[in-house]
Design a protein around this ligand. Structure first.
Ligand code: KIV
Ligand code: ZN
Length: 384
């Protein structure tokens, strides 16, 4: 029996903060329904005080989504919390996500407070949120750069105030996996009553470590991962949902799993990309166009003999119909023969050799050789 890791999706909040990704209420609803269908445990629907549009979107999502917790973000500010509570009123399972910066950088330069006052503000915020909802998550913003002893004091105080989930964000994407994992371990070992709350990861990708840091957090005691579809989010993005989910699924020995219906991953990736006008980079793990396409001769030959030679994921597992053999000037005879066979032709050894020499000339001219080019080529070498 695997340990459950809760998936907290923040595509509609952290993801939607990205310039150009702004969504209207109807678009947010479409994505929220798809996230519910995907099996995420929590949908962070927005930041209700930030605009009337975001309030409306959170409120509509809270009214419609019944099987998933719906969460609204706030600062540790009275008005924010009251407005979020109002937006979340119709929710079957509401959660308020409140918090404050805890690194010295944030305390002294951004908030212009001191360490003790930050703890008081966090505690006041959690207590106020608890008067509206049972499920209150606290975030220690910039926890990645927060001194561990002080962070432990903050987390202990907000758990005593009633926080059900404690979020340890690497807001600036600063940590490396050992460091982030050690931070979670330190909290596990040094915070009184830590087991009364779920520890959550929220990792940004500024050093390309978001997925690795989140998994390291889980290995050290976190049981919720905050993430987004396609890894969108502030600056270099947030932890990519599809990456953490598939890493846990593939590495069964980690003994962690999620409730995600992985066959829906590709579909929701396209939906988010299209709706948010945010293209997915071709080499993006799991959902990029090239994630299941093989283009060099050595790899193609291996994949044709057995998919397992170069594929660690069956594309169907994430909703991709099949992997592809892309014909380029780096392809070999095996790939050409395979594609010609798929078009319904069988070639003799001599005909294949002739076709291959013609193919190489063609491939040098074109980036990729498509089926229609192959048909022309077959005609030229007079293959039936
Ligand atoms: O990155 C961050 O710290 C956040 C918090 C608001 C949770 O997005
Ligand atoms: Zn964030």
């Amino acid at each position: 029996m695997n340990d459950k890791v809760f998936i907290f999706d923040t595509t509609l909040r952290d993801g939607e903060q990205v310039p150009g990704c702004r969504l209207n209420t109807e678009e947010k609803l479409v994505i929220a329904r798809a996230l519910e269908g995907l099996g995420v445990d929590i949908i962070e629907a927005g930041f209700p005080i930030s605009s009337p549009g975001d309030f409306e979107a959170v409120n509509r999502i809270a009214s419609e989504i019944r099987n998933t917790t719906v969460c609204g973000l706030t600062r540790a500010v009275k008005k924010d919390i009251e407005v979020a509570a109002e937006a979340l009123k119709p929710a079957a399972r509401p959660r308020i996500h409140t918090g404050i910066g805890t690194s010295d950088q944030h305390i002294f330069t951004k908030l212009r407070l001191d360490r003790d006052r930050v703890i008081e503000r966090g505690v006041e915020a959690v207590k106020l949120a608890k008067t509206f909802v049972e499920d209150v998550e606290f975030y220690a913003e910039d926890a990645g750069r927060t001194d561990n002893e002080y962070l432990a004091r903050v987390i202990e105080a907000v758990i005593a105030a009633g926080a059900t989930v404690v979020n340890i964000p690497d807001t600036t994407g600063y940590c490396i996996p050992e460091e982030y994992g050690a931070k979670i371990k330190f909290l596990k070992e040094n915070v009184k009553n830590i087991d009364k709350a779920i520890i959550s990861t929220h990792c940004h990708n500024d050093l390309g470590m978001a997925t690795a840091n989140s998994l390291s957090g889980v290995s050290n005691g976190a049981r919720q991962i905050e993430c987004t579809v396609n890894g969108i989010g502030e600056r270099a993005g947030n932890t990519s949902m599809e990456e953490v989910v598939m890493a846990m699924r593939k590495h069964n020995m980690l003994n962690f799993d999620t409730a995600i219906h992985t066959q829906k991953i590709y579909e929701i990736s396209r939906l988010v990309s299209d709706t948010m006008r945010m293209p997915v980079q071709p080499n993006k793990a799991i959902v990029g166009d090239n994630a299941f396409s093989h283009s060099s001769g050595i790899h193609q030959d291996g994949v044709i003999k057995s998919r397992d030679n170069y594929e660690i994921i069956d594309p169907a597992e994430v909703g991709v119909s099949e992997s592809s053999i892309v014909l380029t000037a780096r392809s070999g005879r095996a790939a050409l023969f395979y594609r010609i066979q798929k078009l319904g032709h069988t070639l003799s050894h001599e005909a294949l050799e002739e076709a291959y020499q013609e193919f190489l000339k063609m491939a040098d001219r074109l980036q990729t050789v498509e089926d229609e080019h192959l048909q022309e080529l077959l005609q030229a070498v007079k293959v039936a």
